[in-house]
Design a protein around this ligand. Structure first.
Ligand code: TPP
Ligand code: MG
Length: 410
């Protein structure tokens, strides 16, 4: 039996593959004469894969509702596909008429989407207003069932939006323990590496508004190096490095990482000893070991550290384009992988570009998908919802067509 986190890693690899392949199929796979590319966001998706996998494949319950940053819609569809909620025939249809929408859409996408997103910031705040609306309904309509968590997965540039701060600072919101926001801190926006995200200021703003703030900066691999002699110096070097320099370091060959770390560090004897002692591949893995990619750390944090009596924001540090050849590149926002790059990615992910939607081989990862499909199966919306709707609108809703059942198999 494979370790639980190793199984999550296998699923993460498959979600990384599928989300890149969904965008690839929409572009290279659907040539069109207009000369205008279809587009899609492989790097924004790759950044959020591990956070999504930790939630859907370990943490979420069927009562939870989740909002996904607009440019990670391929991740949402890849997850829904693995959970049996989206047929493979839809996977090549991103941005095609009648197909998967550019951004998650409750009304137009064929699979389960809890919140429509697209205008950055708004989708995240919808979780807050949904939590308040649900509390109101529960207090007025006894049949309304308890909610789970209202979760938002945000891009870090969404924190530039005024709508976010209007929601964060609302006095009612500080009591909403069911709200959980996870910020994909890739420190990149549309077309630049954000030079100074002023994370401490953002943390203080959430804290001042009564939120619990959890920051997952480093994963457990590099944290173990921080414990060794010279480790404190390594941490300081990494944390004081400007984001541009950090992201450049991610793009050099493993053999060159030590030189990058030691550049300008003359006389740092303990740091030099540590860096030269760690094998190059391990050092390259360690410098990109950010909290938002450490599946064990993510599931433990979601399971144990999130308070129930106030909203929580998790700042999960990530690399934009994680695992893709565009990893950490300042111009990667809309970059599309070439056929050759897709072939290499397929190989790295244990799959085949010529059979991109092949299901997972029978085994632990496929079994976990089945288990999670059953756990996340939702009851079709029933009388309580219709009753709640009547209570608030004053009009009967029986003549409306019944809401479509969610999760396949439910
Ligand atoms: C209200 C609004 N303003 C601007 C945009 C254009 N826009 C699309 S994505 C984005 C930011 C992307 O950065 P981030 O949220 O950090 O996500 P990432 O791609 O880095 O994962 C912006 C400004 C938008 N969609 N909505
Ligand atoms: Mg970003």
């Amino acid at each position: 039996m494979t370790d639980r986190i190793d199984v999550l890693r296998l699923i993460s690899r498959q979600v990384r593959w599928l989300s890149a392949a969904i965008v690839d199929a929409a572009n290279r796979g659907r040539p069109d004469d207009s000369g205008v590319k279809t587009g899609g966001h492989q790097a924004s998706s790759a950044s959020m894969v591990d956070i999504a996998v930790a939630l859907w494949f370990d943490q979420l319950s069927s009562r939870d509702r989740i909002s996904v940053k607009p440019h990670a819609s391929p991740v949402l569809h890849a997850v829904n596909h693995l959970l049996g909620d989206l047929d493979a025939t839809y996977l090549p249809t991103l941005r095609a008429e009648g197909g998967l929408q550019s951004y998650p859409s409750r009304s137009k996408d064929p699979d389960t989407v809890d919140f429509s997103t697209g205008s950055v910031g708004i989708g995240a705040t919808a979780t807050v207003w949904a939590a308040i609306a649900h509390r109101y309904l529960r207090s007025h309509v006894p049949e309304v069932e308890p909610a789970g968590r209202f979760v938002a997965l945000l891009g870090d540039a969404e924190l530039d939006e005024g709508a976010i701060w209007e929601a964060v600072a609302d006095p009612q919101v500080a009591r909403l323990g069911e709200v959980l926001w996870v910020v994909d801190m890739n420190r990149q926006s549309l077309d630049r590496v954000v030079p100074d995200i002023a994370i401490a200021r953002l943390e203080a703003m959430f804290e001042a508004a009564g939120w619990q703030v959890l920051t997952l900066k480093w994963g457990r691999l590099v944290s173990a190096l921080f414990e060794r002699e010279g480790g404190e110096e390594l941490r300081r070097r990494l944390e004081e490095m400007p984001n541009e320099e950090y992201q450049r370091m991610l793009r050099v060959a493993p053999d060159d990482v030590a030189d990058r770390l030691l550049a300008g560090q003359d006389g740092a004897a303990a740091l030099t000893r540590l860096v030269l002692d760690v094998p190059a591949e391990q050092l390259a893995a360690a410098v990109r070991d950010l909290g938002g990619h450490d599946l064990g750390l993510l599931v433990d944090t979601f399971a144990a550290d999130v308070d129930d009596d106030r909203p929580t924001v998790v700042f999960a540090y990530t690399v934009k384009g994680r695992g893709l050849p565009t990893e950490g590149h300042p111009q990667n926002h809309s970059a599309l992988l070439s056929e050759e790059q897709m072939r290499t990615l397929a190989h790295d992910c244990g799959t085949d570009l010529d059979d991109p939607w092949a299901p997972l081989e029978p085994g632990d990862a496929a079994d976990l998908c089945d288990v999670r499909r059953r756990v996340l199966a939702r009851e079709p919306a029933t009388a309580a919802r219709r009753c709640a709707s009547r209570a608030t609108s004053g009009t009967p809703t029986a003549s409306r067509s019944p809401p479509r059942p969610r999760w396949a198999g439910s």
